[in-house]
Design a protein around this ligand. Structure first.
Ligand code: NAD
Ligand code: MG
Length: 392
């Protein structure tokens, strides 16, 4: 019997991080936790460490040192320790479940170190673009998507070349405001946006799902992961979130991947694929489920979608500006400083104020990210949030 594969879980205290640990718990013979990281939730990380007994844990917030903890193991702190965890030689697999731009350095470090990168942190791929793909090429790393739509596409492709594909159809739940008239958008409160109809997720992606920014990020993610042209990527609203995406081949056959909405399935596949391991899941019953319904996306009412796809088509630093301004706008919305319709206003402002340029290096991205944050914060009317000063 082979030894269990080492896995580093970045963002272990989050929604994807905790689901990853649940999935791994069912296969102790296959996976071993090498390291767990969190932003600043030291007490939660401590509890997870007691349960999982990793080699060490990392708290990204170096100011987070606290009193004696339950878990006697090794605590490391700060961004350099995060980078080292992402490249840990003990672990061939890294799960990046960080949120936002903060995940970029870990994505690059793990790919440069030749890891299998189970990538939930789509923002890092979208922002880093060719820089991330180049890191995978030179380091020998492999990006395996955790995002359910991209996992579906990978499974439907079944390792056929993309030259055999006409188009892919990404499904979108449509979020909580799918049926709300635009006139009512003014009264949307953060708690309304956080009540997602089908998925239970962290706050940032839940708001991104409500604005459809998440779907724009996913279009760019599909373009970068599989090499499809933007014109080959379509989005359709599918409120039940049963069909996770579809691939139409040139011979007229369309493959779809189905299942009840739980991230545990794509997470397990990202860890084990193409092998399929035992899992606990709610069986899909085609008769019980009733009709599978699809609708057009309301582009005019959800401008974050078109803004994001346009930034993806422009390329270079444009997706980084879109992402940074969105992160600032979502935080401002959650703190009741702007309304729901203020989010695209802030992002549009940053995109028109900062001209796109090619990405030469990580430093270019760090700089443009900071610039876009300042620009967005000015539009919101608050002091600029420094990069990484939010450790949820
Ligand atoms: P979350 O907010 O629940 O968890 C984020 C994790 O990252 C936490 O452990 C937090 O401590 C850590 N973190 C946050 N900021 C940090 C920082 N600056 N430095 C270091 N650590 C930091 O988020 P989530 O919902 O689990 O989402 C994680 C990623 O997965 C996102 O990119 C999201 O878009 C993607 N994703 C999530 C889901 C889902 O179901 N939750 C589905 C698909 C994709
Ligand atoms: Mg998704």
């Amino acid at each position: 019997m082979t030894a269990p594969r080492g896995v580093v879980v970045l963002g272990a205290t989050g929604s994807i991080g905790r689901s990853t640990l649940n999935v791994m718990a069912r296969h102790p013979d296959r996976f071993r936790v090498v390291a767990l990281t969190a932003g600043r939730r030291a007490a939660e990380l401590d509890r997870l460490a007691s349960r999982w007994n990793p080699d060490y844990v990392v708290l990204a917030d170096s100011g987070g040192r606290g009193p004696a903890r339950d878990w006697p193991g090794e605590w490391r702190y700060g961004t350099e320790a995060m980078r080292m965890a992402a490249a840990d030689p003990e672990s061939p697999t890294v799960v990046n479940a960080l949120v936002g731009f903060a995940g970029l350095e870990s994505t690059l470090a793990s790919l440069e170190a030749g890891k299998r990168l189970a990538l939930a942190n789509k923002e890092s791929l979208v922002v880093g673009g060719d820089l991330v793909l180049e890191a995978a090429r030179t380091g020998g790393g492999e990006i395996v998507p955790v995002d359910s739509e991209h996992s579906a596409i990978m499974q439907c492709l079944c390792q056929r070349p993309t030259s055999e594909v006409n188009r892919v159809i990404l499904t979108a739940s449509g979020g909580p405001f799918r049926d709300l008239s635009r006139a009512e958008f003014g009264s949307i409160r953060p708690e309304d946006a956080l009540a997602h109809p089908t998925w239970s997720m962290g706050q940032k992606i839940t708001v991104d799902s409500a604005t459809l920014a998440n779907k724009a990020l996913e279009v760019i993610e599909a373009h970068l992961l599989f090499g499809f042209d933007f014109d080959q990527i379509e989005v359709v609203v599918h409120p039940a979130s049963i069909v996770h995406s579809m691939v139409e081949f040139r011979d007229g056959s369309t493959m779809a991947q189905l299942g009840h909405p739980t991230m545990e399935v794509p997470i397990l596949y990202a860890l084990s694929g193409p092998e399929r391991l035992e899992n606990q899941f709610r069986a899909f019953d085609p008769v019980e489920s009733g009709p599978l319904e699809f609708e057009r996306l309301r582009h005019e009412d959800f401008p974050m979608f078109d803004l994001g796809v346009a930034a993806g088509r422009v390329g270079g630093t444009a997706p980084a500006v879109y992402n940074a301004a969105n992160e600032v706008a979502v935080a401002a919305f959650l703190e009741n400083r702007i309304g729901f319709t203020g989010i695209p206003t802030v992002v549009e402002h940053a995109l028109s104020a900062i001209p796109p340029s090619p990405i030469g290096s990580l430093e270019d991205l760090v700089q443009v990210d900071a610039e876009a944050r300042v620009c967005a914060a000015e539009r919101v009317g608050t002091p600029s949030p420094a990069r990484g000063d939010r450790f949820p």
